[in-house]
Design a protein around this ligand. Structure first.
Ligand code: FAD
Length: 548
């Protein structure tokens, strides 16, 4: 995902044998606090360890954060991904770790995608069944064409994709920076409604576009967000060519926690994050305050206090929690950040998300109806309350899983107060209307599993999504890792995690911001880049996000 805001090739940076920098030997074993054991915190901690530093990871709940995999009690080998579940192959920094850790992946069955046997689109009571996207009725082809036309005419789509493919950073920046100011004021819906393509096509096409969307499904719940957020997704193919992680997304953070790198400064062979922490991270952080004791780079040290009272002082702290939690979940010294950064943190806008899964005895949906010849059930997109239903096959000899409903924003909030059982009942009610002859219930085994990320006190929702006018906040949050020009009282704490990334909602942003924080910590402690492999901070002035 060569992001247009900062087209730095993180994959090349990671693959370079020269490594990600070094710190003076006198600092080997120096402890650095990492708050949050999600993907971002673990990538930062893993790389800090490789440089000979000692990451001290704090976690309020489970290792893995929003890469959380649950298992069905009746058959624990059968799993479902409650957070991230499908990873675009353009996430090259993410795949660096997936491959390094030897994880298996599989083609994810998105609507109309290659590995998906069949897709049903049911809008306004009209049901369409297709096995090949080419068989979609003309109306849907027109909807897809209008979107392509709008991107081509109004957002330099082809030139931008070509420049990204060529890693032509100067063209990427020139195109993006020419659109930034205008598009920062525009919502996704405004972009669609104002485009010549959709104006000509008419409201019904806009409506169907919102319900059925592109790539992974309907996008109308994203309509209020800034069009910049959507362009970042489509330019980088983030919404296409998805793969899942075999055994569940949580395999990735688990592997990072347990892996002993081959090449490491200072630490003996066999050292992993797990061995450094004697098997478990520290507990939830309750308080982060500056001390009056001198630390590094002209800044005083920072004291981290756990919920149950343990306190420790650090020269550098990386926070990967969703940023609003620094106001609500953690007592954070106000002086740690400049007021403009607090404004950016406070304005963070979050997407809600809800998923409900059931386990079924077998992938019965693959059976064909003897009369129509169609699969009994298909990957389903509908304007009914279930919105998107995914069929997740574990092979003929294993129980299968149905993600009955995957919803966002308003659609997700509508489920918030309902129990798992009630959610399941309502979702089955929708599906029974779409598939009247199919006895879905008779295949369900055990209890449903449901999640609403916004109801968990350790998260603010699924992930951040900027509204129109938020670019300036995002620019401040993202570039905060470069602290050279910052006042001493604000140095030494680094923000990472997909909240501060340009591609919130994609695990790639958690990885790349973790690498930014690593770079910031190394500089803060008096270390340096490898000469043959300058890190992200070295390129900020040249190709960094434009300040508006
Ligand atoms: P987190 O995973 O949130 O890690 C932060 C950690 O901090 C958490 O473990 C939390 O428990 C911990 N914490 C909170 N408070 C404290 C405290 N006081 N003290 C200590 N620890 C604390 N990405 C994709 O690439 N593809 C997808 O298909 C996709 N789908 C998604 C669907 C959903 C519903 C969600 C929620 C996310 C999805 N994502 C997807 C995004 C991906 O999951 C995230 O980008 C990534 O997991 C974020 O990692 P992180 O480390 O930045 O944050």
């Amino acid at each position: 995902m060569l992001n247009p805001d900062f087209p730095f090739s993180y994959d090349h940076y990671l693959a370079n044998d020269a490594g990600l920098g070094s710190v003076p030997e006198s600092l080997y074993g120096t402890e650095v606090a990492v708050i949050g054991a999600g993907l971002s915190g673990l990538v930062t901690a893993y790389e800090l360890m490789k440089l000979g530093l000692k990451p001290v990871v704090y976690e309020a709940d489970q290792i893995g954060g929003r890469l959380r995999t649950a298992s069905f009690a009746a058959a624990p080998q059968i799993t479902c991904d409650l957070g991230g579940m499908r990873f675009p192959v353009s996430s090259k920094a993410l795949y660096h770790y997936i491959e390094l850790l030897g994880l298996d992946t599989y083609d994810f069955p998105n609507p109309l995608a290659e590995p998906t046997d069949s897709t049903v689109i049911e809008l306004k009571g009209q049901k369409i069944y297709v096995e090949d996207p080419a068989d979609l009725p003309v109306f849907y082809q027109e909807v897809a064409d209008a979107w392509k036309q709008a991107l081509r005419e109004d957002a330099h789509f082809e030139q931008m994709q070509q420049a990204i493919r060529d890693r032509d950073t100067h063209t990427i920046k020139a195109l993006w920076d020419s659109m930034l100011e205008e598009f920062d004021e525009e919502s996704f819906y405004g972009f669609i409604a104002n485009s010549k393509a959709f104006k000509q096509a008419g409201f019904e096409h806009r409506e169907a576009f919102g319900q059925v969307g592109f790539g992974s499904g309907g996008w109308d719940t994203d309509f209020p967000n800034s069009i910049l957020e959507i362009l970042r997704v489509v330019y980088t193919d983030a919404d296409d060519y998805h793969r899942g992680i075999t055994g569940g997304a949580a395999k990735l953070p688990e592997a990072l926690w347990n892996h002993a790198p081959e090449k490491m400064a200072h630490w003996p062979a066999g050292t992993s994050l797990s061995t450094l922490h004697v098997g478990a991270p520290r507990g939830a952080v309750a308080k982060v305050y500056r001390t009056s004791n001198p630390g590094f780079n002209g800044a005083n040290t920072i004291e981290v206090t756990e919920r149950f009272g343990r306190t420790q002082e650090f020269g550098a702290v990386v926070s990967t929690v969703q940023s609003w939690l620094l106001s609500t979940g953690i007592d954070t010294d106000e002086d740690l950040f400049a007021p403009e950064l607090w404004t950016a943190i406070e304005r963070s806008h979050y997407m809600q998300s809800s998923k409900t899964f059931v386990m079924v005895d077998r992938p019965f949906w693959k059976d064909r109806d003897p009369v129509t010849g169609q699969h009994l059930m298909s990957m389903t997109l509908t304007d009914r309350l279930s919105r998107a239903t995914y069929l997740l096959d574990n092979g003929e000899d294993q129980p299968a899983v149905i993600l009955l409903s995957y919803t966002w924003n308003d659609d997700a909030l509508k489920w918030l107060s309902l129990s798992a059982e009630r959610r399941m009942e309502l979702m089955l009610h929708s599906l029974e209307k779409i598939y009247p002859g199919v006895d879905i219930r008779s295949h369900i085994v055990g209890q449903p599993i449901t999640v609403s990320w916004e109801s968990d006190p350790n998260f603010m929702g699924a992930f951040k999504a900027n509204l129109p006018g938020h670019y300036r906040y995002q620019q401040r949050l993202y570039t905060h890792f470069d602290q050279q020009a910052m006042a001493a009282e604000h140095r030494g704490i680094f923000l990472a995690g997909d909240d501060v990334s340009w591609t919130a909602g994609w695990a790639e942003g958690a990885v790349t911001t973790g690498l930014n924080a690593l770079w910031g910590v190394v500089q803060h402690l008096g270390g340096a880049d490898a000469q043959a492999n300058p890190g992200p901070g070295a390129f900020l002035a040249e190709i960094g996000p434009k300040a508006l």
